[in-house]
Design a binder for this molecule. Structure first.
Ligand SMILES: [Zn+2]
Length: 229
């Protein structure tokens, strides 16, 4: 599959933006998509965790937000995405996972396209029902040290209570308590609808049913992208 054909008239590198709520499988499908197209998979969550582990100024600011269960600010997220995209001059294209999280971030990315020599070619929205989000979020555990997440049922750590990534202690964020989840879902829809509207109006939005096995969902994503060319 060759997404770059769509933009063969320019030297701009294509970016696939992956959108979806917590637990929608962005990380898994981001990696699969990147492999299929020969693109670089960029996860803003992983890059923030890397900053946290290295103890950079950005990492320290991000850690405060993440520990409190808040999203990082638009300004921090934009700085990170510019760094991620700029740090891979040899990549053929990118799959962006975890960014944008707000309309302001989507607009900021659009303003960075000429500076970074990229074009946003597709925005793939992974649709998961509210009921399924509740099932997935209510079992989620977060590492106190590096911020990585796992799930007590779907993706359990090798050792109970211990982070697979760094050996730190796992805890349940207060906003992963069932009572807080409904409020987060309302917020998620409020934040995400303007982003999907934004990409819909550019004619590049693809919505994919993201429930079911990862293999089935991957197949749906690939055929949706193929069909949208
Ligand atoms: Zn950890």
């Amino acid at each position: 599959m060759n997404l770059t054909l769509t933009h063969s008239s320019s030297n701009l590198r294509p970016v696939i933006v992956l959108l979806g709520g917590p637990g929608s499988g962005k990380g898994t499908h981001g990696q699969t998509l990147a492999r299929a197209f020969g693109f670089q998979h960029l996860s803003s969550g992983e890059h923030f965790r890397d900053h946290i582990l290295r103890g950079t100024a950005l990492g320290r600011r991000a850690q405060v937000k993440i520990e409190a269960g808040h999203l990082v600010s638009d300004e921090m997220a934009v700085g990170l995405v510019r760094e991620m995209l700029g740090a891979n001059p040899g990549a053929q294209g990118f799959v962006l996972d975890g960014y944008p999280r707000s309309l302001a971030q989507a607009e900021a990315l659009q303003h960075l396209t000429s500076e970074l020599g990229i074009v946003i070619s597709k925005a793939v929205f992974l649709k998961v029902s509210d009921e399924e989000i509740i099932r997935r979020l209510s079992g989620r555990l977060t590492c106190r040290t590096c911020g990585a997440t796992c799930h007590e049922t779907y993706r359990p750590p090798a050792v109970r209570g211990v982070c697979d990534n760094c050996g730190g202690a796992l805890f349940r964020r207060t906003d992963d308590e069932p009572s807080a989840i409904r409020e987060r879902i309302i917020q998620f829809h409020e934040m995400t609808t303007p982003i999907t509207d934004f990409y819909q109006s550019s004619g590049i939005l693809i919505k994919v049913d993201a429930e079911g096995s990862p293999t089935k969902v991957s197949t749906r994503i690939m055929s949706a992208i193929d069909g949208a060319k």
